[in-house]
Ligand binder design. Structure first.
Ligand SMILES: *Cc1c(COP(=O)(O)O)cnc(C)c1O
Ligand code: SF4
Length: 438
């Protein structure tokens, strides 16, 4: 038998002497033979750590477990593994144990915005639904490191049912993000069950699945799975490629199956020091993604989770990368650069500044090349639809079927003509304290 390349062949044979291609491409075989300790890792790649390093690595693995699929392992460049982007995402580093005081177990406060155990309801109209506690590979940069590998956190059917119940009873929710862990580590039957339940809730308009399987376990995208997914449109999938080297023959085949099933594909990358923190790497990545019908969606600033210090870059690095993408390449190949606000503020988009100045009738802008330009504002702009209150604007509600009163929140309120709010003021300051004591 031959697997796709010599490297994979060699690894497969070390795992089991009578291995066939059909084993290698069977996702359950891949999971069963996941690499979970340092010895196996050394043996399969034919490398050796010195004993001191090995001890420290063993400590790291005790705290943050190790799991790598044989497929993902086969992408490591053994000759230069120390600098390899696949190795760095998959294999522990002793830096993980150096927890910095700014790092937190739950930097995004996902556990606080949680009405039922596996749901995070942070944004007005959508929820994060962590239906799976399992992953095929434990990414070293995982923001949910505190959960990954913890078998007690694998939600059971009852917990998932409670989540579905919460969604059913909360009519403002129109968009569900299935995440985890990796939802595609659930069985086909369970995936079908969850999607069917969600389909039957009238106010749920779209479902999205976040999965890293096309990157680390592409054989999970089987024809059977795709046939199930196809029955649950509108379904969107976001995957998680961080480096162009992850786009291989196998991952391309997985993406092709999903795209051919009519599923819009997006990608969320994390900006990672020493892995992809260079404009040329990200540009190559986004080009390869769109070639495979995947639209770059987000580029995340690395979170303040425990054990991620060595992966973090300054925000300036992200802005520099955005500067090199916007205008320089296809608009639809440019992801939005976001930072998930520590403390649970949600995602904040970051961009280079294109708006340079204003006057009463002109806006001064710059483009990607440095051209500075003035846009003349319209002289007689009439605010035909009114301002942000559908209920008050009979004209607008007559044009929008079923439109309802619109309640502006946050900064939006300051812009609304119909809301009396003229400032938003933080509550717990000394100044506000003094006022209430006066
Ligand atoms: C990212 C995220 C979402 C989805 O945000 P989008 O910007 O719509 O992709 C929803 N809920 C939580 C808690 C999230 O972290
Ligand atoms: S697949 Fe996602 S949830 Fe799982 S370890 Fe990787 S980053 Fe974390």
């Amino acid at each position: 038998m031959t697997i796709y390349d010599d490297k994979q062949q060699e690894i497969a044979e070390k795992i089991s002497s009578d291995v066939k291609l059909s084993n290698w491409t069977d996702w359950k075989w891949q999971l069963k033979h996941s690499i979970r300790n340092i010895d196996t890792f050394e043996k399969l790649l034919g490398i050796q750590f010195d004993s001191q390093e090995r001890n420290q690595l063993a400590e790291t693995v005790k705290r943050f477990p190790l799991a790598i699929t044989p497929y993902y392992l086969s992408l490591i460049d053994t000759d230069n593994y120390i600098n390899d982007p696949i190795y760095k995402q998959a294999f522990p580093s002793i830096s993980e144990l150096m927890v910095n005081s700014a790092e937190m177990r739950d930097p995004l406060d996902e556990d606080k915005d949680s009405p039922v155990p596996i749901i995070t309801h942070r944004y007005p109209d959508r929820v994060l639904f962590q239906v799976s506690g399992m992953c095929s590979m434990y990414c070293r940069h995982c923001t949910r490191k505190r959960r990954v590998g913890d078998v007690d956190l694998i939600p059971n059917r009852q917990e998932i049912s409670r989540g579905i119940e919460y969604i059913r009873n909360t009519p403002v929710i129109r968009d569900i993000l299935l995440s985890g862990g990796d939802p595609f580590l659930l069985s086909d039957e369970n995936i079908d069950w969850i999607l069917t339940e969600l389909d039957n809730i009238p106010h749920v308009e779209v479902v999205r699945i976040g999965t890293r399987t096309p990157v680390v376990l592409p054989y999970r995208i089987t024809d059977d799975l795709v046939n199930i997914l196809k029955r649950h449109h509108p379904l969107w999938i976001n995957t998680h490629f961080n480096h162009p080297r992850e786009i291989t023959k196998s991952s391309k085949a997985a993406l092709r199956k999903l795209a051919d099933a009519g599923i819009p594909l997006g990608n969320q990358s994390v900006l990672l020091a020493g892995i992809n923190d260079h404009p040329i790497i990200i540009k190559k990545l986004v080009h390869k993604l769109v070639q495979n019908r995947v639209r770059p969606y987000y580029l995340y600033q690395c979170d303040l989770s425990e054990g991620l210090k060595h992966f973090r870059t300054p925000i300036g690095k992200g802005i520099e990368i955005m500067e090199s993408l916007i205008g320089h390449t296809s608009g639809f190949a440019v992801p939005a650069y976001v930072i998930d606000a520590p403390g649970g503020g949600g995602k904040i988009r970051l961009m280079p500044n294109y708006l340079l100045s204003w006057s009463h009738d002109k806006v001064v802008l710059r483009n990607f090349e440095g051209v500075i330009t003035a846009y003349q504002e319209p002289e007689n702009y009439e605010n035909f639809f009114g301002n942000l209150n559908i209920y008050d604007s009979k004209l607008l509600s007559s044009m929008l079927e079923g439109a309802e009163e619109y309640k502006a929140t946050g900064i939006e309120r300051l812009l609304s003509d119909l809301d009396e709010t003229i400032s938003l003021v933080p509550e717990n300051t000394d100044r506000i304290e003094r006022r209430s004591n006066a």
